[in-house]
Write a protein that binds this ligand. Sequence first.
Ligand code: GRF
Length: 187
Amino acid sequence: KRLAILASGSGSNAEKIMEYFQGSKTVEIALVASNKVDAFVLERAKKFDVPTFTFSRKEMDAGILQAKLKEEKIDWVILAGFLLKIPVELTRAFPDRMVNIHPALLPKYGGKGMYGMNVHEAVKTAGEKETGITIHLVNENYDEGRIVFQATTAVGIDDSPEDIAQKIHKLEHAHFPRVIAELVEGE
Ligand code: GRF
């Protein structure tokens, strides 16, 4: 199976995924694509000799990304810190084959605007005692695709949003690659 990872930022999840599947005979990370030409995830891909592709929101909306994924014969698309809304056509091109990780316990704290640090601020401000990660399939309603996996962690009363982000990253790195393997190899 050929997987593409879409990421907009640092790419620590992408790195863990590339590491996990290194040497795999059944799963290949065939592409890392980003909407940011300076995203550090592109450097991480180079370290693993994974081809990279950058695109603008305009190009994505014009179907350029979809054409590239088709050209590369991609079977699964993994969103790992990808901050743009996926065009509906693209979600339809990968039915039950597009996976996203969300740094909170959906359906709470979902929605486009809750990405990145501010989802942890929202969790803290709400006085939540726990938070976690949600790995889900992406359909045209984005955060409403089938939930595949969730893991939780406690929120300490003195935790800053950064502390919470650290706890979330640990959960993501511990689970995302294996959950992807279960999905991709289980199909
Ligand atoms: C992760 O917390 C992910 O849940 C969220 O964005 C972050 C990406 O981190 N969507 P990284 O780029 O993988 O380090």
